[in-house]
Write a protein that binds this ligand. Sequence first.
Ligand code: PHE
Length: 347
Amino acid sequence: MNDLEPMVQDAEAEFAAAVAPAELEDAKARFLGKAGRITGELKALAALSTDAKKSRGAQINAAKQRIEAALASRRAALANARLESELAAQAFDVSLPGRRRFEGSIHPVSRALERIETIFASMGFEVADGPEIETDWYSFTALNNPENHPARSMQDTFYVDVRDAEGRWLNLRPHTSPMQIRYAQAHARKHVGASPMPDVRVIVPGRTYRVDSDATHSPMFHQVEGLWLGENVSFRDLKAMYLDFMQAFFETTELQLRFRPSYFPFTEPSAEIDVRFEHGPLAGRWLEVSGSGQVHPQVVRNMGLDPERQIGFAFGSGIDRLAMLRYGIDDLRLFFDNDLRFLAQFA
Ligand code: PHE
């Protein structure tokens, strides 16, 4: 102990009180700087005798070392505290559950559509796509459904406020059947002069529109058109092919088909196709799934083909209807409400 002890304690106290690095540097200057207290003591040595210088010098040095040690430890403490607070600010809790990425799912109608495409592709059908805004000729006239014919009123059609080259209103196609014509025309052009001409074998899934809205009808709905024309294609092929399709689509052979006579201007004879399941909630009831028929000779002519050589069948099935049967849904509108509680069930 000597008279320098209070100064050492002052230094330790001031260093401890400094919380910011700048405060600590100021405190350091008060003891170790040019005008600091240690420096003052060293200057005072000059007035002492050689012996006294020696012992006083040693005391001052010891005090200086303690002050420097106190400074170094406070510096380290401040740096450490700073690091701690930076780490705390960046901390994350590794035990927290991860943030879930939202996973969508395929819409049941799209799912049905994909199944339909896969099945028909495996049976050798092309898959084509066509315009949803159609001309009067493709939607009606080419399909043997002339203007003012009562069969036109089978479909309550939406019209678009634009006219075609013949001055007729364009329409939102009320069925996918216009694509029978478009596809077969392109086929005829592509294979002009070919003998024999390759078969036309295509399905055309897509959106269709009618002025209709209730639990089983929506103004926008989906159909898949099928067309198979060749030199030797008959109604029997339609029956066999459609049965294969239905068995693949519903993944069961325990169903029956019924071809019920009907009328469409573009097929003759025409039939509705009904299905009846042997098991499940719908067992025993006949359920309509499709229109069909042998393509009318006038329609074959409108395709640019020769009805004496090209014969075959067409069908137009309701995709929404097939999806409803497959997934046990009784209200078509659920498909288009886009309620996640409904859609998430198909994830
Ligand atoms: N286009 C008809 C409809 O929408 C269905 C159909 C297609 C019928 C092809 C016969 C042949 O109702």
